[in-house]
Design a binder for this molecule. Structure first.
Ligand code: PAF
Length: 283
């Protein structure tokens, strides 16, 4: 599998693609790839002539050093997994390649959406995401870029970034992949012990509880019950909110559609998940 490490290699390769009128799909990742990532890569492969997968654990988006250090790094296994998909190339830069000195970058104001939920709990996280995705988009210039809906707020911010810096890339959100028992796939799941993994199922159970009670309980009652499900399983809840799908602002009354977003610590591992919760239409 073709694996690029430097910006220069990517630029040369990108020029050739443009000359050959090839359509490029881009899947940015931090590695430790799982079936969720693979579904993005497969979708990108269907919709483009060639797919570039970046693998870079971005230090600037970690607000805790210990979390950065513990983040799984499995490059060989990642390459083996991607070998199964045709027309995929990898970009696995070093930090110095990703952030060369003197590379211009004007940070953007993320507005309110950047300061709630993950933005509030992980200060600086989205600034780091915007920084790296800006550099990746500017270098790679794909026609389409693919992001998982598990990072729902990140996806909203990427759409904002794309408009702000006028990249003109088509941003494609892809549904969260789950294990058969409901746990949202995440690279961080690799760090869970088997008992922690069993407890982590309370997150998807709690969100399903909200889904099943839209319009039946008040929003506050649904939130409190859902929070209990998570706490009783021994997790430390960071937040559980029911928010508007576009603004991500907290709701006090049910709408036709809302998103239930959760972050909780399972042992040392911080997990996030979300699901769309819709009002049942009575006919
Ligand atoms: O979602 C991720 O894995 C990361 O936030 C991303 C988009 C690759 C940027 O580092």
């Amino acid at each position: 599998m073709q694996t690029f490490v430097t910006r220069d290699e990517i630029s040369l390769w990108r020029k050739q693609l443009a000359q050959d009128h090839k359509k490029l799909g881009f899947v940015p990742t931090m590695g430790a790839l799982h079936a969720g990532h693979l579904s993005l890569v497969e979708k990108a492969a269907q919709e483009n002539d060639i797919v570039l997968v970046s693998i870079f654990v971005n230090p600037r988006q970690f607000n805790q050093q210990a979390d950065l250090q513990a983040y799984p790094r499995t490059l060989e296994a990642d390459i083996a997994l991607l070998n199964g998909v045709s027309n995929v190339v990898i970009f696995a830069p070093t930090e110095a390649e990703m952030y060369p000195q003197n590379l211009p970058f004007e940070p953007m104001d993320l507005g309110e959406i950047g300061s709630i939920l993950e933005g509030e709990k992980r200060p600086g996280h989205f600034d780091g995401v915007v920084h790296v995705v800006h550099h990746l988009f500017a270098l790679i210039q794909p026609q389409k870029a693919y992001f998982g809906e598990k990072d729902y707020q990140q996806l909203a911010i990427i759409r904002q970034l794309n408009a702000h810096y006028q990249f003109g890339i088509e941003i494609i959100g892809c549904p969260t992949k789950r294990d058969p028992d409901g746990l949202a796939m995440s690279s961080r799941n690799l760090r869970l012990s088997s008992s922690e993994r069993a407890n982590a199922l309370s997150i998807s159970r709690a969100i399903r509880f909200v889904q099943e009670n839209v319009g039946l309980l008040s929003i506050n009652e649904a939130k409190n019950e859902a929070k209990n499900i998570i706490s009783q399983a021994g997790l430390k809840l960071d937040y559980l909110e029911i928010v508007d799908p576009l603004s991500l602002k907290n709701l006090s009354n049910w709408q036709a559609q809302q998103i239930c977003c959760v972050a909780a610590f399972c042992g040392e591992v911080r997990l996030i998940d979300n699901m769309l919760c819709e009002s049942v239409k009575l006919t």
